[in-house]
Design a protein around this ligand. Structure first.
Ligand SMILES: [Zn+2]
Length: 172
């Protein structure tokens, strides 16, 4: 598929309709379960974003494409919606989804996650919920929301520098 532009027909051929109504990607997926493919010269472009662009329209800068169906390989445009990172995290709380970027129980937070915790707390998400979603101790959340800046925070043992794969749950 390299070098080729997807047409709606080509893309649909690889999206298999399920009984649930989801169109699941019949191809490789990334570690978060999103379909990935070559697209306009990029390796590992995420299929649900391509589907959104092809069937719905351009994705405004900074916006994410979220799954209403909570099914990462799904590319059914009817199941896709635009949202902010905050929307995505609030969705995760509502649906009881864990923050997938974090796999180790000795959790490390990136600068991006710290910023997100601040946003979510400001939006009214409780510290208990935040500790569940980010899979860190309540004390860590407490440290974050009580005004430790990233600069202060990263001096502690339980943070790491952000890497390129900060990809939140259902997007980008
Ligand atoms: Zn779906």
């Amino acid at each position: 598929m390299q070098g080729k532009k997807f047409t709606p027909e080509l893309l649909k051929l690889r999206l298999i309709e399920q009984d649930s109504g989801c169109w699941e990607w019949d191809g490789p997926t990334d570690t978060d379960g999103y379909g990935k493919t070559w697209y306009q010269g990029r390796a590992n472009a995420r299929v649900h974003r391509i589907a959104y662009e092809i069937w719905v329209g351009a994705i405004p800068p900074g916006m994410m494409v979220l799954h209403e169906c909570d099914n990462p390989p799904c590319g059914n445009p009817k199941h896709l919606k635009l949202g902010t990172h905050l929307d995505n995290m609030q969705d995760a709380v509502k649906k009881g989804r864990k923050y997938k970027g974090v796999k180790n129980p000795n959790v490390k937070l990136t600068e991006y996650q710290v910023a997100t915790i601040h946003q979510m707390y400001a939006a009214g998400v409780s510290m208990n919920k935040l500790s569940l979603v980010f899979n860190v101790t309540r004390r860590t959340i407490h440290n974050v929301v009580h005004g430790k800046s990233w600069e202060e925070f990263k001096r502690e043992a339980d943070v790491v520098e952000p890497d390129h794969d900060n990809s939140p749950i259902h997007a980008i």
